[in-house]
Design a protein around this ligand. Structure first.
Ligand SMILES: [Zn+2]
Length: 433
């Protein structure tokens, strides 16, 4: 500060940025000192408190610990209790203040979870904390707190899923929606070696280098535009996902849809790519739903096949895709399959690829009657889950040089699903209770 004032006297100039940042630091320092006074437990201190074991814990002494608050470094001083029955100690005010087992205040932890899940890396998060909040933390601290909060969100979700599976979840009340969609997809996330040991996969050595995140979204549609095209309800999309088995995920997405009022939707639609696990899941959890293979995914199959048939001729590839794509768009899947089956290339690998694709279209034919779905005013491809895989998962978990542990990845996925579903604030509020 004195330097700033001296410069102003000498040059008449005010370096606003230097002043505002210096003032912020000064105000923080003063604030942290004031907060420190508030964080010294005062008033009558009970001589004993109830212990979790059912016994009584007796007051021992006052103990302090450092606490990083939104105003900077501070310290809490609070009563420590010891239970001789179960030999456990406790700080009751740490529990009520939500600072149990941590040296970061709730306000700081909320920021850490935000930057840790939103920034491209934990290190970027650390930098943002310094610039935006004037708080110095380690990269590891950003990671640890993000993981701990993500873990807790995942734990709460598991409780809800258990309730839903035991049919103990209250039925969502409110107006019924004309159309509700559930859309599901998978995308790989690179893992550290220990998480993929012994798993076979698509890597060049035949081993897995990533594990699949199963991601689902639920959204609603009330209206169609003046040309009869479906319109997705604004802010109606919520997400659920994790690296887990198809069976576990099917409970997760069922719970998500159920909470959104699936049972009251007038029309129910399940969308996905052609993957078998998705339709098995649909059969099991969403019987009676209209099943649609996302048109974008189906088109991609034709483009991939076109590339294999005409690897060195872009024009020929495009021509091939165009002549087959209209069959797909018109829902004339039988014709498309026949066309694929009549091709008989000499190359065995290519012939196998053609068979696989012909089977794919044949198996999913009823889910590709696009004109019929369109005439009902339904989406035939939404791009919602596609975008979800890219932005919710890819932009945070699939950056180059990044390798995840299962726990770390699932914690960040839980946090990001919560934020993208606009539920994080509710979760955070519920921690106070
Ligand atoms: Zn006890």
């Amino acid at each position: 500060m004195p330097v700033i004032f001296a410069e102003r006297r000498n040059t008449g100039r005010l370096d606003l940025e230097a002043v505002e940042l210096a003032l912020r630091t000064a105000l923080h320092t003063g604030g942290a000192a004031g907060l420190g006074a508030l964080l010294r437990q005062q008033g009558p201190i009970p001589s004993s408190v109830p212990c979790r074991c059912g016994g009584q814990a007796r007051y021992k002494d006052m103990r302090s610990k450092p606490l990083l608050t939104v105003l900077g470094r501070s310290e809490v001083l609070r009563a420590y209790y010891w239970c001789s029955r179960c030999c456990q100690g406790q700080f009751p005010t740490d529990t009520t203040g939500d600072i149990e087992g941590t040296e970061f205040s709730p306000g700081v932890r909320r920021m850490l979870a935000l930057v840790g899940s939103e920034c491209s890396s934990f290190e970027r998060g650390r930098q943002q904390m310094e610039l935006l909040a004037d708080l110095e933390v380690t990269t590891k601290a950003v990671e640890r707190v993000t993981e701990a909060i993500g873990d807790d969100i995942a734990r709460c979700e598991q409780q809800t899923i258990q309730q839903a599976m035991q049919l103990e979840l209250p039925v969502a009340v409110g107006q019924s929606t004309p159309v509700m969609y559930v859309q599901v997809d998978g995308t790989g996330v690179p893992m550290v070696p220990k998480e993929i040991e012994g798993r076979s996969g698509k890597g060049e050595d035949g081993r897995a280098h990533s594990r699949e995140v199963k991601l689902g979204c639920v959204f609603t549609q009330t209206a169609t535009d003046d040309q009869g095209r479906p319109v997705r309800d604004e802010d109606s999309t919520t997400y659920a996902g994790a690296i887990e088995t198809a069976a576990q995920f099917s409970c997760r997405i069922y719970t998500e849809a159920h909470q959104r009022g699936w049972s009251r939707a007038q029309k129910k639609v399940m969308m996905g790519d052609g993957a078998d696990w998705i339709w098995n899941l649909c059969q099991e959890q969403f019987p009676g739903a209209v099943q649609i293979v996302d048109l974008y995914h189906a088109r991609q199959h034709l483009w991939d096949l076109g590339g294999k048939l005409h690897p060195h001729d872009e024009t020929a590839k495009q021509r091939w895709v165009m002549t087959h794509q209209h069959l797909l768009e018109n829902g004339e899947i039988e014709k498309l399959v026949t066309k694929l089956r009549t091709l008989s290339p000499a190359n065995a690998e290519l012939a196998a690829a053609l068979r696989t694709e012909a089977n794919y279209f044949e198996r999913n034919a009823e889910r590709m009657r696009y004109p019929e779905f369109r005439s009902q005013g339904l989406f035939v491809g939404s791009g919602v889950i596609e975008a979800g895989c890219k932005t919710l998962i890819g932009s945070r978990l699939k950056r180059s040089g990044m390798f995840w542990t299962l726990r770390g990845a699932n914690a960040v996925i839980a946090l990001r699903c919560s934020r993208y579903s606009r539920r994080f604030d509710d979760y955070w509020e519920s921690r106070r209770r």
